[in-house]
Design a binder for this molecule. Structure first.
Ligand SMILES: Nc1ncnc2c1ncn2[C@@H]1O[C@H](COP(=O)(O)OP(=O)(O)O)[C@@H](O)[C@H]1O
Ligand SMILES: [Mg+2]
Length: 384
């Protein structure tokens, strides 16, 4: 198993135009990232932010414009994908349609053998390959499918075959690019935990790319959040959830999206706008000293708002109610502000009707404040 280290990685693509005025797009900028030996790291970010590009650079399918890639302490920039001993699985399964499952898995292994020291198999080597195929097939529960062609498999089965083919190489690093996005919700959930268990069993250093923040929260030891080609934050899922470093991370991690509103921070630590006037925690004073009298963005998650019939921080009108069974989301319009609709998570959803005017309270300690200009967080919470 190998550690992966990225140092100041940059990727620039030439935008096609005529040769006289080629324009360049910087897709990845100054990426520094260390993935520890045996770690499961999830690289997450919105579509188009550069995730696949970064993964392809690590795999050796493309070269960085600047920076270094180290795999297992070896400079890998000029190594071929095979020399890097990485295996990659894509969203599309890329199975050979004319080969059955057994031979799809075997194909990679044979090619590997042929390019190595021997290229004719003796019986012992054949047996080794056969055992390896059965071992990975049983691990991924696809042994009964070994004689089928890809066309005779479901989406989930195909993806398991693609995974089996990738791990049968015993790679040093396992790279997965949105491998579950073609599966339906239920299968996605199942395969998610299968991949996590498989990685635990194999202990292979894994980088898992997804735009799905639920996958990110549930799968990784650590999450790396990428936005517009810049790495925003790398930390455990809960730390990122509770302490996003800036507004873009706060927006992207967590479902439903965090609620936002612009406020004035007054000298006596009051957060004020047309809908509410609340006192911020005293312990934030030193962080906010230089922001007194300025505007900021206040963020609050739907579960950090609670309803009180007798009165509270904000008067709101219910616009819509989504009953989910155990709990519900109320879409509420803040009275006083134009066009600010927040989501409130509650277990009391069936007590209310659309159009009701109710009071909502904000859990002070759970408030996030962001610089209006830089979008950086103003108060780092020590507790989390
Ligand atoms: N070969 C290429 N040439 C030019 N632009 C590219 C190339 N590959 C990717 N891009 C651009 O780089 C950006 C990031 O793409 P990608 O890494 O695929 O994003 P993601 O995987 O996060 O959705 C996109 O704007 C895409 O159009
Ligand atoms: Mg992609």
């Amino acid at each position: 198993m190998a550690k992966v280290v990225l140092e100041k990685i940059e990727k620039v693509f030439a935008r096609t135009g005529n040769s006289h005025n080629t324009r360049y797009n910087k897709i990845l900028d100054a990426i520094d990232l260390t993935v520890e030996e045996g770690e499961f790291l999830v690289l997450v970010g919105p579509s188009g932010c550069g995730k696949s590009t970064l993964l392809r650079l690590i795999a050796g399918l493309d070269k960085p414009s600047a920076g270094q890639i180290l795999i297992g302490d070896r400079l890998a920039n000029n190594l071929s994908p095979r020399e890097r001993q990485v295996a990659m699985v894509f969203q599309s399964y890329a199975l050979y349609p004319h080969l059955n499952v057994y031979n799809n898995i075997a194909f990679g292994l044979r090619r590997l053998s042929q390019s190595g020291y021997f290229w004719r198999f003796n019986n012992k080597q054949r047996l080794d390959i056969d055992q390896q195929i059965h071992a990975v097939a049983s691990m991924l529960q696809i042994e009964p499918l070994l004689n089928r062609k890809p066309a005779q498999l479901s989406g989930g089965q195909k993806q398991r075959v693609a995974l089996a083919r990738a791990i049968s190489h015993s790679p040093q690093v396992f790279l997965l690019d949105e491998p579950l996005s073609n599966l339906d919700a239920q299968l996605r959930g199942e395969t998610r935990s299968q991949i996590v268990n498989l990685q635990k069993k194999l202990g292979v250093t894994t980088i898992y790319v997804t735009h799905d923040q639920v996958e990110a929260m549930t799968m990784g030891n650590r999450i790396a959040v990428l936005n517009s080609g810049v790495l925003q934050q790398v930390d455990s899922p809960l730390k990122i959830y509770n302490n996003p470093v800036n507004r873009s991370v706060a927006e992207f991690i967590g479902s439903p999206m965090m609620n936002f509103i612009t406020i004035d921070i007054q000298g006596d630590l009051h957060a004020v706008n047309r809908s509410f006037n609340i006192k911020l925690p005293e312990s934030w004073k030193s962080n906010l000293d230089s922001f007194q009298g300025s505007k900021a963005t206040l963020g609050i998650r739907s579960e950090d708002l609670w309803i009180d019939p007798t009165g509270g921080d904000i008067k709101v009108q219910i616009e819509n109610i989504e009953l989910l069974g155990a709990d519900a989301f109320l879409f509420v319009r803040l009275l006083g502000e134009n066009d600010v609709v927040w989501q409130v998570r509650t277990t009391l959803g069936n007590l209310f009707n659309t159009g009701d005017i109710i009071w909502v309270n904000i859990v002070r300690e759970r408030i996030h404040l962001f610089d209006l200009r830089t979008a950086q967080t103003l108060v780092k919470k020590q507790k989390y």
